[in-house]
Structures are given as structure tokens and as C-alpha cells.
Design a protein around this ligand. Structure first.
Ligand SMILES: Cc1cc2nc3c(=O)[nH]c(=O)nc-3n(C[C@H](O)[C@H](O)[C@H](O)COP(=O)(O)O)c2cc1C
Length: 308
């Protein structure tokens, strides 16, 4: 019993919770406070790069906008990110997204003093336990990234298929930029399929049920190692609708994208594409990521997300 009381004061909350949520998520809304007013960007902002931490949105929101995340049930402000405008992208489209560097962030999910203490414990753990993400990003930037995940982010498996290169790997730095009708993906420049994606300009995204979490994490090895044969995958595949790219047979839905634009932004290649087809295959809850402290916030109010 006393251990339960002490645990929050000696151990940080997990940075990420893997949760089962029906997509698109409606638990959290994101509002962009811009020069010309407040705009709902729940379906219109994505992460474009981790180092530097950059957010993309269709909105041209002035020099120093703020994104605020609100719980749609409690109405409470969960957190916010302060942004500084970088450049509007020029991709030859009528409406193009704008990039914003994250300059600061805060969240209010735990209350004082646990908020500050948990942040200190998490930062100390990041410095002590190097991982590929911690090697890339300073603890402060990881804290800001967690705030961007207050809108739970769906995980997909991305399929790339050419006669000479085939691959399937998980991504969650993805999503729609609704006002300009585009879909974005941010992929580490070191990913073995990044160059092939630039050349072929087409991918299939399989939205996976939450129960596929262990498989999705196992497939992260394919960020570094392409597949020899599709039959080497530990799951069944079926051809996507228009492009016949092997996609997950048990996916909830499969989107095909034609990629129109790619550019390096720091550590990542930022791809912009259009959805060519959208095939709904099954009902169910998709694997998502959200910060551990937001799941704690929801648990305290008897409304936790189902854990994946
Ligand atoms: C669920 C999940 C989602 C991921 N999403 C992305 C992504 O959106 N973009 C990306 O570049 N890498 C993504 N990765 C890959 C990891 O960030 C990492 O680069 C990859 O697993 C290689 O790890 P390593 O560098 O520790 O070997 C994801 C990995 C997992 C497990």
C-alpha cells in the first residue's frame, strides 16, 4: 500500500501510453491561436521533424501562434505549445502548409507539484538511459513532443513496394492537413526506404487494430532493414485497392497515398501526399500513442483509454 503512495514520487510516469482508440480520435481538440482568431486544427497539424521539433499546419497563423489542447469531455485545457513561424512551403499547390518551430510548451495534466516533479524524474531518466530518441532530442524537446501527442496519434504500418525494394514499418508522425487536402509523413532520413519513397512516390498505410501492438513494435526493425520477400513478414498481406501495394490483411482501413513533395527538415524527411484511396475493412479501435500523464489524468476521472 505504502509503495503505491510512494511510487509517483520516486518513479516517473511512462513517457508514452499505447492506447486503443477509434479513429479519428475525438477525445482531445487542438486550437490554433493565430493573428486572425482561433482555429480548430485537430485534423490539421502534424509533426514535421523531431530535431528541430517542427509542427506543420495548413494555417498561416502569423509569427508566434500557440496551439492549445483541450479535453473534449471535461473542457479542461490540457496543455499548449508556443510556436515560431519558419516558412510557408511552396509545393505548387493552391494551398500549402506552413512550418512552425516549437519554442516552448506546458501541460496541466498532473497539477502542482507532481507536474514539475514528474518532469524532473523523466528528464533525469532520459539522461541516464540513452535511446535512439533520447540521442536525437534533448529532454526539453521530448517534453514538448509529448504535449503534441495530447491529441492521441494513430500508428500505421507503411508499405513501400518496388521491384527492387519492399518494406513495411510503423509510423506515427503522420496525419492529415485537412484544409489543404494533404497528408503528411515525417520519416527519419536514416530510414532505409526514405530514398525509395522519394523515387516511387507511392505508399500504402495500414491502420492497425490495437491488438497488433507487439507486431507493430517488432516491425520497427524494418526502419533499418528492408524485407527480402513479402512472405517474410509475420502477418498476412493483401494488395491495396488501386496500386496493389501489399498492405496488412487484418487492417481496419488502408489508405493509399501519392507523394507530391518531400524535403529534409533537420533529422527528418517531410513527405506531403494526397490520399488516392481510402478502403475501410473492419470496425475496431486503432493503436494510438499519447503521453503517460494524459492517461493518468483520464484514469483519475474514471475515463481511461483502453490500454493496448
Ligand atoms: C510505433 C512506432 C512508430 C514509429 N513512428 C516513426 C515515425 O513516424 N517516423 C520515423 O522516422 N520513425 C518512426 N519510428 C521508428 C523509431 O523512431 C526508430 O527510428 C526505429 O524504430 C529504429 O530504432 P533504433 O534507431 O533504436 O534502432 C516508429 C517506431 C515505432 C515502434
Amino acid at each position: 500500500m505504502w509503495k503505491d503512495t510512494l511510487r509517483p514520487w520516486v518513479r516517473p510516469l511512462p513517457q508514452w501510453s499505447t492506447v486503443a482508440v477509434a479513429a479519428p480520435q475525438h477525445a482531445v481538440a487542438a486550437y490554433l491561436h493565430a493573428d486572425d482568431g482561433v482555429h480548430d486544427v485537430t485534423m490539421d497539424h502534424t509533426v514535421a521533424s523531431l530535431k528541430p521539433l517542427v509542427i506543420a499546419t495548413s494555417m498561416n497563423a502569423g509569427q508566434r501562434p500557440v496551439i492549445e489542447y483541450c479535453d473534449t469531455v471535461t473542457g479542461k485545457r490540457l496543455g499548449s505549445l508556443r510556436l515560431a513561424r519558419m516558412v510557408p512551403l511552396s509545393i505548387g499547390e493552391q494551398a500549402s502548409p506552413t512550418l512552425y518551430r516549437v519554442t516552448a510548451g506546458e501541460h496541466h495534466c498532473l497539477g502542482w507539484p507532481r507536474n514539475a516533479w514528474n518532469r524532473w524524474l523523466q528528464n533525469r531518466l532520459m539522461q541516464r538511459q540513452p535511446s535512439s530518441q533520447h540521442a536525437l532530442m534533448a529532454p526539453n524537446a521530448v517534453q514538448q513532443l509529448m504535449i503534441a501527442y495530447l491529441c492521441p496519434r494513430p500508428v500505421v504500418l507503411v508499405s513501400v513496394d518496388t521491384p527492387h525494394h519492399r518494406n513495411m514499418f510503423p509510423m506515427d508522425l503522420i496525419g492529415p492537413l485537412s484544409r489543404c487536402g494533404l497528408y503528411s509523413l515525417a520519416l527519419r532520413s536514416t530510414n532505409v526506404s526514405a530514398q525509395v519513397m522519394r523515387e516511387t512516390g507511392r505508399v500504402a498505410l495500414s491502420c492497425i487494430p490495437a491488438a497488433m501492438k507487439p507486431l507493430a513494435y517488432k516491425l520497427s526493425e524494418h526502419h533499418k532493414m528492408p524485407l527480402q520477400r513479402w512472405s517474410d513478414l509475420p502477418l498476412a498481406v493483401r494488395p491495396s485497392r488501386e496500386l496493389s501495394i501489399p498492405a496488412v490483411a487484418s487492417a481496419l482501413c488502408v489508405h493509399e497515398l501519392t507523394l507530391l513533395h518531400s524535403q529534409e527538415i533537420g533529422s527528418h524527411i517531410f513527405f506531403l501526399g494526397r490520399v488516392l484511396s481510402d478502403e475501410a475493412l473492419a470496425h475496431g479501435e486503432q493503436l494510438h500513442h499519447t503521453p503517460g500523464y494524459y492517461q493518468t489524468y483520464r484514469r483519475r476521472r474514471d475515463m481511461p483509454f483502453a490500454e493496448a
